[in-house]
Design a protein around this ligand. Structure first.
Ligand SMILES: [Zn+2]
Length: 179
């Protein structure tokens, strides 16, 4: 695969008309929203993007990405190496109101003034592919196992009432950000 950087801005309609394939690297350090989710990252995300037009005339991008992220352990907050990979199918829309016309297989991607910011696309996909919660194996974790039991009990009580998975998610996200 190419080791050059992926271009930031492209003209996606032209790329689709020519069925072009772009492959390259995105430096993870450039992705500010990702850093807000999981802390500053180093290294690169490897990306391939296949531009094309399908049988219905829809302009689309078939993409894949791979990166190794450092994500804090939920228990001890020490970073853990997390390989992430994702494949995605994007349908280009010129207006957000047209997103509803795409089939469910396609995620809409907004093309403004015939331009597309590939960094935003890659960052969105990376954030979608993040694991929800990351833990060390007990043997590797800096928080000893005895302590885990009581912490687990506490957090169960803290996140009641029972039927609120979003509260739990919110708490997990909050903890990740605190790091
Ligand atoms: Zn840990």
């Amino acid at each position: 695969m190419s080791t050059s950087q992926l271009p930031g801005r492209v003209e996606p309609y032209k790329l689709a008309a020519r069925h072009e394939k772009l492959a390259g690297l995105v430096p993870l350090g450039n992705l500010k929203r990702l850093a807000e989710e999981i802390g500053a990252q180093t290294g690169d995300c490897r990306v391939t993007l296949d531009f094309g037009i399908d049988a219905q005339g829809r302009r689309e991008i078939r993409g894949s990405l791979e990166a190794t992220l450092m994500i804090g352990c939920r228990r001890c907050l020490e970073p853990i190496e997390c390989p992430v990979a994702s494949e995605f199918l994007l349908g280009m829309v010129a207006d957000e109101s047209l997103a509803g016309e795409l089939p469910a297989s396609h995620e809409p991607v907004l093309v403004e003034d015939e331009q597309l910011d590939l960094l935003t696309v890659v960052e969105d996909e990376l954030i979608l592919s993040l694991p929800q919660v990351v833990y060390h194996d007990e043997a590797d974790c800096l928080v000893p196992a005895e302590q885990l039991v009581s912490e687990a009990d506490e957090s169960e009580q803290a996140t009641a009432p029972e039927d609120n998975p979003f509260a739990v998610l919110g708490a997990l996200k909050g903890n990740l950000k605190d790091k």
